[in-house]
Design a protein around this ligand. Sequence first.
Ligand code: M6R
Length: 615
Amino acid sequence: MCGIVGYVGPQSALDVVTAGLKRLEYRGYDSAGVAVQADGGLATAKRAGKLVNLEKELSERPLPTGTTGIGHTRWATHGGPTDANAHPHMDNAGRVAVVHNGIIENFAALREELTERGHELASETDTEVVAHLLAEEYSACADLAEAMRLVCRRLEGAFTLVAVHADEPDVVVGARRNSPLVAGVGQGESFLASDVAAFIAHTREAIELGQDQVVELRRDAVTVTDFDGAPADVREYHVDWDASAAEKGGYASFMLKEIAEQPKAVADTLLGRIDGSGSLMLDEVRIPANVLREVDKVVIVACGTAFHAGLIAKYAIEHWTRVPCEVELASEFRYRDPILDQQTLVVAISQSGETMDTLMAVRHAREQGAKVLAICNTNGSTIPRESDAVLYTHAGPEVAVASTKAFLTQLVACYLVALYLGQVRGTKYADEIRAVVRDLASVSGAVERVLETMEPVRQLARSLAGKDTVLFLGRHVGHPVALEGALKLKELAYMHAEGFAAGELKHGPIALIEDDLPVVVVVPSPRGRSVLHDKIVSNIQEIRARGARTIVVAEEGDDAVVPYADHLIRVPVTPTLLQPLVATVPLQVFACELATARGNEVDQPRNLAKSVTVE
Ligand code: M6R
């Protein structure tokens, strides 16, 4: 939520910062702004709306050239998406400029205090108080990093702050609490950003900033302290992907690119985790085997798409380990006083590793003594750092707001965790584990085959662009797939879309069925749990009898569904528990195409942001 960039070095700060903002726009696109040090002062520009509005403003009214600057792309919290509320915010003298991600909870009291002291605040934001407080502190200490430390000690809430002062050339100062910030170390230049994607074109050497730290950026030095000024421990790391991974690479959207990357993402997530004999090697999960053997309950916490991955994981965990597993929306978790102890394993799933709701659930779980294992896609992010262990998914950067490849890799990671638990607890024999691992290894190819056959799905999606509602039905692991299909359609096409457990239909939702209503049905395999298959075939007949237009996702060779399918989408044969890995893909393509046909921008759906760093 909100993208932040800071730069100091020999290049044009405006060029570096706006290019960085372009890569961070997925984090919020309500407004954008920049500030550069130039001619002994600060020059700023900001505009409501997408970055393109700011770029237009800058081409019509260019800023003077400077080599130190900051920028921001906003997801609005306090104050609407107007020019006045856009960042950077400045003090009354225009000597300090600040950008912010997060929420300053005590801003009302601070604002009142400042107003009493004669400050005039021009926006409705919580951020502006920081600019004024920084100006006050700076006038006393003449040191921006020290001023930032003093201000941060007074702030409550979650924040990443990045500031420049006109009197401190070639210096950018940042601070973070409960919100992401990473530094980039180049040759004679330094960067700050919410995400390494902002500076990956310049350097792959990064410094992870910890909780409650202040960073001072100069051309050839990055100095980090805590809020009291004591030198802080930091972790330096090399980013293992390059700029091309965060570019569209010829695709019309990041979402299309990321859908296409799924076979590789799935294969990469398995890489190095299976030995030559097909057994699991998850030494990176540093929770000792004896602790995992004592686990008597697994609780999965996550939000949105990651929550759907958790719902699917429950089936695998309970089936393979016989340990009870609960799946909880992270935003609800700590407020219901969940029963947790040392024998509870909490699995937190998050692509970004920064989702505030999930982070708060992790903290709560650890306070109660539970062990926390994070499944995460972003190296060095907060959730894995605050967990006992982490299993990284290797999806590469996911830029589109709608999660696709992250979801598939989260599923792979969940299956690995479930099997690993089965391995250490002895509830699964080695040959059974090897068999599932073999099936998992073949999924990458299966996803590739699904992607090759998507043209009819795209055509169908386009033909439904004028509809108001689409329903999704599934049973067993197909139920979370239905929920995920509905979520994708809601967030991208802005349509009424709902997912139901097919068995629940007759308890209410069937009243929604009317003539020609599109209903997507995810059909379980007729092999194995054939009872489930037969029941869903009955459900399809029930809705069709009431006029629904049935769109049936069924595995190759399942002929029983043919008479009842108005549209048939085939997916490769997979074991029942793994079917979500192939069945979700057509639903992603469907939502992406339908949204495009409705004229929506799929990478940046309205009102959303990729990384939700507020509660
Ligand atoms: O970064 P996270 O995985 O923690 O994000 C969780 C949700 O915000 C995310 O999955 C969201 O639901 C996606 N936009 C769905 O496509």
